[in-house]
Design a protein around this ligand. Sequence first.
Ligand SMILES: [Zn+2]
Length: 862
Amino acid sequence: MKSLKNVIWLLVPVLLCSYSLSAQHKKDKKNKEAAAVDTVKKAPVKAGITDKIKGSAKSEGLFTLYLDTAKGTMQLYIKKEQLGQEFIYQSFSMGGPTSLFLNQNMIRTTWVFKIKKTYDKLEFLQANTSFWYDPANAVSKAADVDVAESVFYSDKIVAEDANGYLVAVDGLFLSEKLDQVKPVLPPSLPPGAIFNLGNLNTSKSKYGKVRSYPNNTDVVVDLAYDNPAPLNGGGKDITDARYTRVRMQHSFLEMPKNDFRPRYDDPRVGYFSQEVDNLTTVKVADYKDVINRWNLVKKDPSAAISEPVEPIVWWVENTTPVEYRQTIVEAGEKWNEAFEKAGFKNAVVMKIMPDTATWDPADIRYNVIRWVSSAYPQYGAIGPSFVNPRTGQILGADITVEWRSGSSTPVFDDLFNSVPATEAPEKHPLALKGNASYCTMANELKAQLAAGMSMAEMMGAGSSEIKEMHKQFLYYLILHEMGHTMGLNHNMKASTMLSPAEVNNKELTHKIGLQGSVMDYPAINVANDRSKQGDYYTTKVGPYDVWAIQFGYTPFAPSNEKAGLDKILSRSTDPQLAFGNDADDMRSPGNGIDPRVMINDMSSDMITYSKDRFILVNTMMGKLKEKYSKQGQSFAELRSRYGILVNQRFGMAAGVSRYIGGVYVDRSFVGQNSPNKPFTAVPKEKQKKAMEVLSTYVFAPNAFAADSYLFPYMQMQRRGFNFFGNPEDYKPQSTALMVQQTVLSQFFHPTTLSRINNSGLYGNTYSVAEVFNDLTAAIFNADLKTSVNLYRENLQAEYVRALTNVVNSAPGAGYDNASKAAAYNSLKKIKTSLGTAASPDEQTKAHRAYINFMIEKALAVK
Ligand SMILES: [Zn+2]
């Protein structure tokens, strides 16, 4: 009864309210809200705020929080003047299952929200920031008509006073209303494939630290999840899969009040951005995407170079090993070389967090470089930032370096752990969307470092040289992650700046860098001849980095901004400024177009560089056992080092394979006088050269001959009963096949084959039929008159299987007719040539009979 009465009573002010609104519809919004407020003031007197906050701890700031110290419940005080204003929401994971990307201090969701009063409730609404309307265009009057704000929380006002309202917020914070912590699993994933938190248990969930400052309010919560019957134990970081805790931080930030002007994105430079559609244009591609960048303002606007009013201050957390701190500080300060060219002195300030510091590194007002030891590092290192979605202004950033504890030499537990991830983490089914920049570089880089250290040691490098190599590695890692926090995304084309003859020229690399940018994942630069060794990694920002910072940060007056930026952008045709990010992730076979935009490569001539590296790896194989079977130790290290070297072959093979069917991409605009067209097929002779290198070092019968003597020693150290699910004997054929398959899967990807044919219409002269001819020759000719060894049996069978798959593929598989025809003809030719083969032994006879059978079956009319 009572509630019904309330409803009826409430209807009256609503009617009054809407009447009064319609009467004054021309007045501005503020007045409307004032009218609503006036109406409610006549509501029955609510309990006083003082009553409701008895026994609560108060945190005063942007929003004032009252935490009931007896019950653990929380109330939020919202000032009336805050109603209708925009605020920024930012979430962080502060600890949770690493497999769900809930690691410590991960920057997660960012959006803009408002609080509105409706009847006796406060409503929290998420704004849609995806659209832009030119205020000069009449269409802007209809702005946002089809864009509804999302109400993510609504609750009754507990109490009010003259200045504001008190509202209970347990339902907001101790829930997933702000950030959807528990991932929605794609239905295609089999149950148990990914660790499942189960259901949120609100009664076990509680508040952690709360902080409120004038510009931000942070609430840390411990969310408890129960899963009575977990199918997936979740790894060693999960104590008990039935009961998991996720620590989250919810931050409410004031919308920055400054004259920061958004800078619009340009496809020729790689910045993270906020995608915004212009709904008041008919022009093609007239986006209003704003780049992520810090608000740097010159102290002295008239000076050519000035200190910024507020520099970008970084703190090296006091958990960082003491011996690395100075290197991190120096590497960070190197970015100032780039900012100086954009008009700023000391834009980046690096500080070491004193052990006596009283501030919390999780406080979002501090940008922290932290060093953590994670059970299952997902990223190796990450350099995310959080931004104002309205303008792209970076509001804060953190760098986390995840490091498996132990020595500075990364040692892999198992051979296959050293294989670089072929799948980018952003493609992970649970990957977060938004501004976080997932960066697997540290993992790739660590694999490269491990290889570099092994090769250099075997070539006689002493401990001081190894130390120097490690220092360069750390330098590069920090430069790269810092680059992300400046707003830069990857530039996987940057390692192509210097020729193989130049990469070891220290005079040159100390002047302009080893690469155009630190935003690449390069192969470690190890010279085959130690006396010629240059830098292993670049230790300075490259020309591209300087240029990108100029584009993003050079201050301009509004009147000359366009001209100024155009002038900077006009330089994009300079080869030192080459740019290509990993938007079409080139790590996976079939992806990527431009072979120069690749990870784990080096120099402007990767084919030559890779040849040198294959030779070096094969030479080092011969020294491996002597160097790494150590007195009184098991063979675990030898096995690990072997994997590290094989990984080099893997990376080189993948890099070279992209040249076949590759198309160079140039993003210059019309009128920039670029010597290139936007798309140019890789010249045939270059593609043939790539094929030759792969024939010799990946497909040839003796490609893995240097390894054989090691196989009897490839023993893991026994631990309990655990041999990683397999019998412990070593399986060399799988290792070799893995390297060969990475190449075959690139060639046989429908996208690659179709591109070879398509680019034939605009310049490519290496047809699929010729590619297959050369592959057939590389895979069959050398042992046509002799025995076929185990590597080649696998390779020939897999190659024939791949051809068969093309011929017999379903229409939806994506193989075009020209590829099918070429595959069909290749199978016929292989069959004919096998008719002339000599098989001196029983296994070779059996193998050829099987190949013949496969071909006949494939060609049989169904
Ligand atoms: Zn990265």
